[in-house]
Design a protein around this ligand. Structure first.
Ligand code: NI
Length: 173
């Protein structure tokens, strides 16, 4: 069961990385830095966050949960990391390549974990007990959440950038 889950989720992780690449690879510099509202992330900031999450959240926490479920998790501070790293000063090709490289590393790492005990769980207040399998599934769900976020940025940008033409014929966000 776990081996099948690893195979299925790995396929989702590979597919969503391709979807992220397809959505962001050709955006122009204005769109890459566009924030749809004050405090909301730009596409560059979402990409930088995905690089951080790959290394410091999902891969690190799953590895620790499989090896030593009772060990404390290293703290993560996604919002602060995005604020402090100034991803809007970077370029799409650089951050996209970093994300895709980290994702390749993750998939190669997961391919060696088919026989791991994915039922091991870490107690994480306030979420309670989280199995390694749940973290694995959440990893793929996290991609989907940020695909939605990137899509929202694209919709907002089209709405503004095409004025006085309108986009509401498409349907409202
Ligand atoms: Ni996130």
């Amino acid at each position: 069961m776990s081996a099948e889950l690893v195979t299925r989720v790995s396929a989702r992780l590979a597919a969503s990385a391709g979807a992220i690449e397809a959505l962001v690879a050709t955006v122009d510099p204005d769109l890459a830095r566009f924030r749809p509202a004050p405090g909301k992330w730009s596409i560059l900031e979402v990409l930088g966050h995905l690089v951080d999450e790959e290394r410091l959240d999902f891969r690190a926490r799953i590895e620790l949960t499989l090896a030593d479920p009772g060990a404390p998790w290293p703290a993560i501070e996604p919002d602060r990391w995005v604020r402090e790293q100034d991803f809007n000063a970077r370029e799409i090709p650089t951050l996209l390549a970093a994300f895709l490289e980290e994702r390749r590393r993750s998939l190669a790492w997961l391919a060696g974990l088919h026989s791991a005990d994915w039922g091991r769980s870490h107690h994480h207040p306030p979420m309670g007990d989280l199995t390694a399998a749940s973290l694995l599934c959440a990893w793929a769900a996290h991609d989907v959440l940020h695909l939605r976020q990137i899509s929202g940025v694209l919709y907002a940008y089209l709405s503004l950038a095409t004025t006085p033409s309108r986009v509401d014929y498409a349907g409202t966000w």
